[in-house]
Design a protein around this ligand. Structure first.
Ligand code: HEM
Length: 430
């Protein structure tokens, strides 16, 4: 019960220290569970045994509570129908077109920060705002800021309230048992859904935007395949709006914290960005000339990855890689521990962006910020490009420093937040 109480408020504290030195830990907490930190076994489960190790209820039910027909929870035929059009809507080939929006948002964030110098900056809120504006513009091209504010608040209920794990989730308790943190939120969710429904029906009447946004691309997919209903479009647009901004906001917040934590790395990245950008915000073509920014983002996704836990449920009773999986066992892949494992990394807890300078071999299945196999994140390139553009722009304009006595404390909510926020000082670089 104590473990479950801890899990309720911060799953990370439930990870035993042995996660950092053992490949697999099995035990019982309600259901039997296996924590898997072994790269070959992870590769097997994520790549070759997708049908036998489905997404676990912990994640499936979380997303279904706001979006019944969503891609993250779906499996089988529904997932096969939803994945291609969603991946296509934000495919790497469209990123150049999106990048202007990333650059404009970076400029807007810099302007905002410059107006609030002299007081500690709440970096998490700032980055959440800027990444939400990006995905809202790309998904819905919705010009009315008041409308988007309301959508943002409705979806915010998901990340701050609903998406907190409940001890009942860990016990794999049936859905009809109400989770206390989700009780009473149905009207907020229903309201958010109604808002998005109204945008969809208006768009159907008025036709596509120019250039077409993510909603237009999903509606196009519906014309090609009538299996895709309006409910699919609404629910998956909501998933895009949530997953498409919250995770990137976390990456940027932790990256800025780490830059402030290591002034030498920050100075080098800032000098690199200033030399390339010459005062303008970063854009698509600059990214290849900003290797240190890219390394900082990759290292941040190693140490403070936004989505630090993959959850699967075993549908088979079988011994795989020496582990006895039984039907209905919970399979946890704690990426947070995998990325800090002493078995796979030198100085795993140190901030060392040079790990990613191309001279060191990285074990692919020991570094999985976007998951792996067929269910790998569809937004990986989108998130990395946006993160690099925003980080390079901000580091070229400001010097960030830590505030004494306020170190952030990592906590797994929907994504990896800091329990006490991330607050930094910023001073302009003249
Ligand atoms: C730094 C940013 C991001 C991180 C760290 C991240 C991480 C992940 C991870 C680890 C998974 C796999 C989950 C699993 O296998 O259980 C995933 C899946 C997914 N992500 Fe991301 N993500 C990020 C950004 C995005 C963005 C920008 C979008 C959309 C615009 C997105 C949409 C999705 C979707 C739809 C899935 C489910 C794919 C499927 O099940 O087929 N993510 N993400």
């Amino acid at each position: 019960m104590q473990a479950l109480r801890i899990a309720q408020w911060n799953f990370l504290e439930l990870l035993p220290k042995s996660c950092l030195t053992e490949p697999v830990i099995s035990g019982q907490a309600g259901a039997a569970f296996h924590m898997v930190m072994d790269p070959p076994l992870i590769r097997e489960l994520l790549n070759n045994r997708v049908k036998d190790f489905r997404k676990g209820n912990l994640i499936v039910d979380l997303f279904r509570s706001v979006a019944k027909e969503n891609i993250v929870s779906a499996h089988g035929a529904t997932w096969e129908k939803l994945r291609p059009p969603m991946a296509k809507a934000i495919h790497i080939s469209t990123l150049k077109n999106f990048s202007n929006v990333f650059s404009e948002a970076a400029e807007a964030a810099a302007t905002h920060i410059s107006k609030h110098l002299g007081t500690p900056l709440d970096i998490e809120s700032q980055m959440t705002q800027t990444t939400f504006e990006v995905i809202a513009k790309l998904a819905l091209t919705e010009s009315d800021p008041q409308f988007m504010n309301t959508v943002q608040r409705a979806l915010g209920t998901f990340t701050t309230e609903i998406a907190r794990f409940s001890p009942l989730d860990f016990l794999d308790a049936p859905n009809w048992l109400p989770r206390p943190n989700r009780v009473g939120l149905s009207p907020t969710i229903a309201y958010g859904q109604k808002l998005v429904d109204s945008v969809i029906s208006t768009r159907k009447q008025n036709g596509p935007q120019s250039p077409p946004d993510i909603l237009d691309k999903l509606l196009e997919a519906q014309v090609a395949d009538p299996f895709i209903t309006d409910a699919h479009i609404r629910d998956n647009l909501n998933v895009m709006l949530i997953a498409g901004h919250d995770t990137t906001a976390r990456t940027l917040s932790w990256a800025l914290y780490l830059a402030a934590f290591d002034p030498a790395v920050q100075e080098a990245a800032s000098a690199e960005a200033r030399a390339v950008l010459q005062g303008r915000p970063a854009g698509f073509d600059d990214v290849q000339n900003l290797p240190l920014t890219q390394q900082i983002i990759k290292e941040t996704m190693g140490l403070y990855l936004s989505f630090p836990l993959l959850v699967r449920k075993s549908l088979v009773s079988e011994t795989i890689g020496g582990v006895d999986f039984r039907k209905n066992d919970q399979v946890l892949i704690p990426l947070y521990a995998l990325h800090r494992s002493h078995l796979h990394w030198d100085e795993p807890d140190s901030f060392r962006p040079s790990r990613f300078d191309g001279t060191t071999k990285i074990n692919k299945y020991a570094y999985l910020p976007f998951g792996g196999g067929p269910r790998i994140c569809i937004g990986a390139s989108f998130a990395q490009l946006q993160s690099q553009i925003q980080l390079a722009t901000l580091l070229s304009r400001f010097r960030f420093s830590l505030i004494e006595g306020r170190p952030p404390q990592p906590k797994l909510s929907f994504s990896l937040i800091s329990r006490n926020g991330i607050h930094l000082n910023a001073e302009p670089i003249s």
